[in-house]
Design a protein around this ligand. Structure first.
Ligand code: 3PG
Ligand code: MG
Length: 395
């Protein structure tokens, strides 16, 4: 894989570089609620700018349906990127249309521009190779080199991630390199005990990674919305909690195969409704009231998970333990995250939501070995899947 350092050695002075970033940041109404993904790509942008390159940044945001949709405009991201860089970032009104073309034409050394949301163009995510390629050609026409630093999107076979790399000299950015190096360490011979903590809402999203990791880990701690399908498989009633009924048998099978490895909550915080002001109580997992829903792991569980983590030498954590965005249901995620910061070993936080949780709950980011910017991407890497964006960079 050629890297950004190789490109900088070749020289970018007076040249235009197309930089694919993953600036798909979460919003709370109109405000960016976590700018971690923007900050993660700054080192790459700064190096290009300092070397005299003109940097055309592009990204997706959310999942618009192949047409402009103001709700998913990257304009607030351009503003935040400009603040962080300390210099203005020019925002195009389209992806490859007249606005983008005229901005790109006017760029000089050290300039940074951001194209509008790539998914406003149907070619970006199209399943039709020709349609994707046509869009990739328009993007490629803007620049002389392509740098991919969108680790969070390398698992997507999209025009700006996959097809464009075949059209321009291509390089992996600093972030992509760092992410791959960390994940390689986890898939190699991790120091033991190796503890994986999984949360988030759906078992079905995590099934493949559980299958792959189960033989490799010493302990798998399960919290978040997905724990209820496991609890159901143990025969517990889960009330109105999140449940994937069609996954119960699968969970039962996993529990059998993972006997002694998989640890489930012993208590949960159950609420009347999915709301911050809802009445709630801590209950044992065999006593979840039929009319309530579990929104966090309970304090006994948090303590049990923390004591498993205490002895760990390698930790991978993906997915919050509860609805941490609502204060009454944040304690489980906070407690587990704090326990991970105390681990005397290599710790990795994988995923958009868990990474956002770390920052929103005010934890010290430097207390973790690595905070990944990729949720789906890091999981698919750990599953051993081929990631189109990385394949394209290696070609
Ligand atoms: C993410 O947040 O998971 C990445 O930005 C990829 O987005 P996507 O899941 O909509 O492709
Ligand atoms: Mg996603």
């Amino acid at each position: 894989m050629r890297t950004l350092d190789d490109l900088l050695t070749e020289g970018v002075e007076g040249r235009r570089v197309l930089l694919r970033a993953d600036l798909n940041v979460p919003f709370d109404k109109e405000k960016i609620s976590d700018d971690g993904r923007i900050r993660a790509v700054l080192p790459t942008i700064r190096d290009l700018v300092t070397s005299g390159g003109a940097v055309i940044v592009c990204s997706h945001l959310g999942r618009p349906k192949g047409a402009p949709d103001p709700k998913y405009s990257l304009a607030p991201v351009a503003a935040r990127l400009g603040e962080l860089l300390g210099s203005a970032v020019v925002m195009a009104e389209d992806t490859v249309g007249p606005s983008a073309r005229s901005i790109v034409d006017g760029m000089g050394p050290g300039d940074v521009a951001l194209l509008e949301n790539l998914r406003f163009n149907p070619g970006e995510t199209s399943k039709d190779d020709a349609e994707r390629l046509a869009f990739a050609r328009q993007l490629a026409a803007f620049a002389q080199s392509y740098v991919d630093d969108a680790f969070g999107a390398v698992h997507r076979r999209h025009a700006s991630v996959y097809d464009v790399a075949a059209l321009l000299p291509h390089y992996a950015g600093h972030l992509v390199l760092r992410e791959v190096e960390v994940l390689r360490r986890l898939t190699g011979e991790p120091e033991r005990p190796y503890v994986v903590v999984l949360g988030g809402s759906k078992v079905s999203d995590k099934l493949a990674v559980i299958e792959t990791l189960l033989p490799k880990v010493d302990k798998l701690l399960v919290g978040g919305g997905m724990c209820f399908t496991f609890l159901k498989a143990l025969g517990h009633g889960v009330g109105k909690s999140l449940l994937e009924a069609e996954m119960v048998d699968t969970c039962r099978d996993l529990l059998e195969r993972g006997a002694g490895k998989i640890e489930l909550p012993v208590d949960v915080v159950a609420a009347d409704a999915f709301a911050a002001d809802s009445p709630h109580e801590t209950v044992a997992v065999d006593a979840i009231p039929a009319d309530k829903l579990g929104l966090d792991i309970g304090p006994e569980t948090t303590a049990a998970f923390a004591s498993v983590l205490e002895g760990a030498k390698t930790v991978f954590w993906n997915g919050p333990m509860g609805v941490f965005e609502l204060a009454p249901f944040a304690a489980g995620t906070l407690g587990v995250a704090e326990a991970i910061t105390k681990v005397d070993g290599f710790t990795v936080v994988g995923g958009g939501d868990s990474a956002a949780a770390v920052r929103q709950l005010g934890l010290d980011e430097s207390a973790f070995g690595h905070i990944s910017t990729g949720g789906g991407a890091s999981l698919e890497y750990l599953e051993g899947k081929e990631l189109p964006g990385l394949v394209a960079l290696e070609a």
